[in-house]
Write a protein that binds this ligand. Structure first.
Ligand code: FAD
Length: 381
């Protein structure tokens, strides 16, 4: 029997862990290298729309998530002060064949992590270098150790070193906007409730998205987008704190339902909204990118993690479709299949127009089936 293809994944975020699961499903020997010493439970919610929950079903964690996640009635868009409904899309499971789930980000990460053998996840392995030679990729880590594999996947997020190595250095685009976010106990709202939907409140130059993250509605989450004159930016984005008084002032005059959430919120985090133009290439030889490392986007369509999870499903199918020594062709097929879709989502997400009114088609986004979409042969060089 020939030895299975070995792949090193850099980064144990949503995309890296999803890829570990899908690649293992097609018989690949996977090892995951993560810079963190331990996983922290990041205080944030996350929406899994049907296009990504379909993949979560395929890798076997849907039922686990459904036990705790909140299933919103609809995708609800309202005017910031009057509360008038601009567009509402009820999201029963029957509409796109998979559920719309809102959950704590930590619950999704835990479920993805628990789904793979723990011994393949190596913590405290900060990648510092990559070298491709004789059909092998050697990874070097900050602790002085190295690892070797037949190929590598950079799932190392928006500040990806793998991207820098294979595409070249540049900086993500920061358009002078930041997001405040908080997840907190609903009890702090003193009996007030919010709509059982994922509600986006559209203001003239800012918005806020609010939803429950638990089936029993015991936790509420919001995430905003507001202009930030000082061009505030941080690399340690997930842990930076914001000032809750500044946040409330920024939303003064918003509908009472919004203010009841902001007034109850005990503290908040602040995060610079970063994006990037579509990259000229997604792979170089035996190294490919996935998720935020290759198509970071604003969170306005809730598709950053979702597209990373879709990437994982398509990447595994491409690798399964070629002979094991033809990894480079599989990576080109993966890019040809995925890039038109992720570039389209990046552009709409950047413009922040999704579901802002009108009746535009949503089936291309939420009805996408990463396990069955036709794979696209790469153009001949
Ligand atoms: P990440 O999750 O960033 O993971 C990258 C991993 O790589 C990290 O664990 C990091 O420590 C590790 N790493 C980095 N460098 C190295 C290195 N040199 N060596 C080893 N390891 C390294 N998306 C949705 O789909 N739905 C939502 O509702 C949603 N809401 C969001 C709300 C907010 C406030 C934000 C900020 C984002 C939101 N997103 C959402 C987007 C989503 O969080 C990201 O798109 C997603 O986390 C990308 O996953 P990833 O695996 O590509 O990268």
């Amino acid at each position: 029997m020939t030895k299975p293809l070995s792949i090193a994944i850099v980064g144990a975020g949503m995309g890296g862990l999803a890829a570990a699961a899908t690649l293992r499903q097609v018989g690949i020997d996977v090892q995951v290298y993560e810079q963190a010493r331990q996983f922290a439970r990041i205080g944030a919610g996350i929406q899994m729309l049907p296009n990504s929950s379909r993949v979560l079903r395929h890798i076997g964690i849907e039922q686990k998530l459904r036990k705790t996640a909140f299933e919103p009635y609809s995708h609800l868009n309202r005017v910031w002060d009057t509360g008038e409904v601009k567009r509402e899309l009820p999201m029963p499971e029957s509409l796109f064949g998979a559920p719309f789930l809102c959950m704590h980000r930590g619950d999704l990460h835990e479920a993805l992590l628990a789904n793979i053998p723990q011994e393949i996840v190596h913590l405290n392995k900060k990648l510092v270098g990559l070298d491709q030679r004789n059909g092998k990729v050697t990874l070097s880590f900050a602790d002085g150790t190295t690892a070797q594999a037949d190929a590598a996947i950079g799932a190392d997020g928006v500040h990806s070193l793998v991207r820098e190595i294979i595409v070249g250095p540049d900086a993500p685009i920061h358009k002078g906007r930041i997001a405040y976010r908080a997840v907190f106990d609903t009890k702090l709202m003193g009996g007030k409730t919010i709509a059982p939907s994922r509600a986006k409140w559209w203001g003239p130059d800012r918005h806020i998205v609010i939803y429950y993250t638990r089936a029993d509605r015991s936790e509420v989450y919001f995430v905003t987008s507001v202009p930030e004159p000082a061009n505030w930016i941080t690399k340690e984005s997930w842990s930076a704190k914001g000032d809750v008084k500044e946040l409330r002032a920024a939303y003064e005059g918003f509908h009472p339902e919004v203010m009841s959430v902001l007034n109850a919120c005990p503290d908040c985090h602040k995060w610079a909204i970063l994006e990037r133009e579509p990259l000229p290439k997604w792979s170089d030889g035996r190294v490919a990118l996935l998720g935020d490392a290759c198509h970071p986007m604003t969170p306005y369509m809730a598709q950053g993690a979702a597209t990373s999870i879709e990437d994982a499903a398509v990447l595994a199918r491409c690798l399964a479709a070629v002979e094991s020594d033809d990894v480079e062709r599989a990576f080109k097929m993966y890019e040809a299949t995925r890039k038109p879709r992720t570039s389209r989502i990046q552009a709409i997400s950047s413009a922040n127009t999704w579901m802002s009114g009108g009746e535009e088609d949503t089936s291309w986004l939420y009805g996408y089936d990463a396990m069955n979409v036709p794979l696209v042969e790469p153009a001949r060089q």
